[in-house]
Design a protein around this ligand. Structure first.
Ligand code: PMP
Length: 392
């Protein structure tokens, strides 16, 4: 007998990005072909040694049992300090919940605020998970197209045109995946004010907030309500501390939201891994050196990738202000994004993602993750250039 679907339509889940395409890249690699991997959305650095040491020490000391489902007090304190330093306000303990990654923060943020039929405003191109969960929950998708001329920012004017009393939630992501776009102070303030006027929640995915270039600063919509009424911040350790496999993140939110998310999470998983949280404490307390170190690398890589892409016939690429992705425009090649991505895999041995993997607005673009060494970036770009010179 078929299981009864109670909570949503599973057929609307998107799953992981273009699996067939990635399966092909893996197959070619397994056959011995040298493939430059530009599709991977995680830093290629090892987790900092002091963070590993803190987790090892916790294991040695037998810190291996259940811990409070909201998170260990030490980590909650470290998060409060970090939010105070980076967002300018100090959340109460009851506003914080530690989770196995930022993704669960997005999930619980949506589950505790949005019901079937509610309108959710978000960007297109988007991070896959948003579109997948919003669809699964039966919420109404109100997408805002991002344009290169706006440096891929979701502008307040665009939000203004779409927001109404029917809007339940605005999903922000700055710096953004897949474009690297960053919202300005003015953008964030105007959007936060509109959310207040329309009594709308804001779910702000700030996973790349420590990864900015050219002296840019991060602005959070939480400045207005300090996460006490409508704003939910989601952040984590995966990117800035190169800890994707540790599964560690958190949400800062109004108390009622944390209350409900807490009950749901206790039913799902009891708590986030105990010794992993000790690693998180060390990352926040003594990890700033590491973030600076990797950002120096990313700055050099960003230059290499943008300069290189602009030399490829039919390509043009702006300098994104955050994260470690570029979103080159390939419209002049006359090819569709998917067609070109496949061509570059076959002819250049370069694996990257078509912009359309992130929504319809990605047509005419590719997404490249430059979480690779400068040498690897140059190799990939050279091969792409040769492949394009051959056909244009
Ligand atoms: N949000 C965005 C925008 C991301 O790009 C990613 C990772 N690709 C995540 C959330 C997931 O982060 P985590 O590994 O902490 O779950």
């Amino acid at each position: 007998m078929m299981a009864k679907v109670l909570a949503g339509d599973f057929s609307l889940l998107r799953g992981e990005p273009p699996l067939e395409y990635l399966a092909k890249a893996n197959k070619l690699q397994a056959q011995g072909k040298d493939i430059v991997r530009f599709e991977i959305g995680q830093p290629d650095f090892d987790t900092p040694e002091n963070v590993k040491e803190a987790a090892r020490d916790a294991l040695e000391k037998g810190f291996t049992h259940y811990v409070p489902s909201l998170g260990i007090p030490e980590l909650i304190e470290a998060i409060r300090d970090d939010i105070e330093k980076t967002r300018g306000f100090r959340p109460k303990k009851e506003q914080i919940m530690v989770l196995p990654g930022a993704k669960p923060g997005i999930f619980f943020g949506l589950m505790t605020t949005v019901a079937m039929g509610d309108e959710v405003i978000y960007q297109n191109p988007f991070y896959f998970q948003y579109d997948s969960l919003i669809g699964y929950m039966g919420a109404k998708k109100v997408q805002i197209p991002l344009y290169e001329k706006d440096e891929f920012r979701m502008t307040p004017e665009q939000v203004h045109e779409r927001i109404s009393r029917d809007t339940k939630l605005i999903l922000l992501n700055t710096p953004q995946n897949p474009t690297g776009g960053v919202l300005t102070k003015k953008d964030v303030e105007a959007i936060a004010e509109m959310a207040e006027e329309n009594d709308t929640y804001i779910l702000s995915d700030e996973i790349y907030s420590k990864m900015l270039y050219d002296g840019e600063r991060h602005y959070s919509p939480a400045y207005l309500d300090e996460c006490s009424e409508r704003t939910i911040i989601v952040d984590g350790f995966s990117k800035a501390y190169s800890m994707t496999g540790w599964r560690l993140g958190y949400m800062v939110a109004p108390r009622e939201i944390i209350h409900n998310a807490h009950n749901l999470f206790a039913d799902v998983a009891s708590c986030t891994a105990s010794f992993v949280q000790k690693g998180g404490v060390e990352a926040l307390r003594n990890g700033q050196y590491f973030v600076e170190h990797i950002m120096e690398h990313f700055t050099r890589r960003r230059k290499a990738v943008v300069e290189g892409l602009n030399e490829i016939p039919g390509f043009s690429c702006i300098y994104p202000k955050g994260a470690f992705y570029v979103f080159p425009n390939i419209k002049e090649t006359g090819m569709k994004s998917e067609e070109l991505a496949l061509h570059l895999l076959d002819e250049a041995g370069v694996c990257l993602l078509p912009g359309t993997a992130f929504g319809s607005q990605g047509e005419g673009y590719l997404r490249i993750s430059y979480a690779r060494s400068v040498e690897e970036i140059r190799k990939g770009i050279d091969r792409m250039k040769t492949a394009m010179e051959d056909i244009l």
